[in-house]
Design a protein around this ligand. Structure first.
Ligand SMILES: [Zn+2]
Length: 103
């Protein structure tokens, strides 16, 4: 129990389906690779922490997306992740009480 190997997409749970999971895995893979520096154009940009990126060649630090420096897919995923967490909140609030004597 609880030993399913789903990688870093596991945090979204099973019910969000493969599309989001694939999207996430795609981003996850990209965030582990080096990105092009906006200043020196070398592929040396690494994520330092959430939303903070740094170039190892010229030392530039800049704020970007939480998971990728600045790309469309980052925006898409951030939107999806936000929506998912909102849905999760709604679902948690709407859990019906079924343990009463009338249930
Ligand atoms: Zn640079």
């Amino acid at each position: 129990m609880g030993t399913k190997r789903v990688g870093s997409a596991g945090k979204f749970g099973v019910r969000y389906g493969m599309r989001l999971r694939r999207k996430w895995l795609e981003v996850d893979k990209k965030q582990r690779t080096l990105h092009e520096c906006p200043v020196c154009r070398r592929k040396s940009v690494k994520r330092l922490s959430t939303g903070i990126w740094g170039c190892r060649k010229c030392g530039t630090k800049f704020a970007g997306g939480a998971y990728l420096p600045h790309t469309n897919i980052a925006k898409t995923v951030e939107r999806v992740v936000k929506r998912v967490s909102e849905e999760e909140n709604v679902q948690m609030r709407e859990v019906p009480e079924t343990s009463g004597p009338e249930a």
